[in-house]
Design a protein around this ligand. Sequence first.
Ligand code: 13P
Length: 255
Amino acid sequence: MKKELRRAVIAGNWKMNNTPSQTKALIEQMKPLVADADCDVVLCVPFIDIPAAVEAAKGSNIKIGAENIHFKASGAYTGEISADMLKEAGVEYVVIGHSERRQYFAETDQTVNLRTLAAVNAGFKAIVCVGETLEQRELGYTETLLKYQTKMALTNVTAEQLKNIIIAYEPVWAIGTGVTATAEQADEGNGFCRAAIAEAYGADVAETVTIQYGGSMNAKNADELVSKVNVDGGLIGGASLKAEDFSIIVKAASK
Ligand code: 13P
C-alpha cells in the first residue's frame, strides 16, 4: 500500500445549508485556519452559494465544488445544473452520487455513471460517493456492493480520466447519525473500493486514486481515520459547517 502516492483531500459537503451571506462569512472565517494545509481543501456548496463561495475563496487554498451536475449539456431538465453553468461560475469539484441523492432523488448507478462522465469530460474533479446501508452490511453485502457501485460509477471512464476522480466511501448508516465507522471499517471499505479499481484498471493505477471516508467524521475522530492506509482524507458533512472543527480535520490530514 502506497499512501504517499496519493494526495489527501478534505472536502466539506455543506448539503442544503447556508445562504450566500452565511457562505461568505464562514469562508472568511475558515481561510486563515486552513491556510497552511498540506492537503487539498474543498468546499462543496449549494448552487446559489457558488458565486459567493468562489469570490470569498479567491486567492486562498480553498477550492469550490458543487453538489451535483447533470449529464446533458442543456435542455428541459427542471431543477438541474449543467457543466457549462458550473464551469462559468468557477467550480472545480463536483460531488456525484451522494447517498442522499440516491435515497431522495432517485439517483441510480446509471445516472451516477452518466454524471461522472459529464464531470470528467468537462474537466472537473469528481467526488463520486459509494456506500452500503446498514441492512446491506448486516446481510454481508458490503464488499459486493462497494465493488459494484465503484465499477458502475466508473463505466467508460478512461485511466486518464480516472486521475480526476476521487472516490468517497460513505456508509449510509454513518451519515449524519453521529455513528462513525471504526477506523478499521473505514479502511476496509476504502480497501474494497480500491480493489474494485484494481480489478478494472490494474493495481498500480488503483494505488494512485484518492479514496476518502465520509460519515460523521469530526474534529475528534479525524486523526485516527485519516491515519489508515486506505483513507486519503474525508468528505465532511456537519463538521464542515463549523470553521474550527473543519480546520482541525484539515490539520489531521496534513500530517
Ligand atoms: P456527516 O459528516 O454529517 O455525517 O455527513 C457525511 C456526508 O454525507 C458527507 O457527504
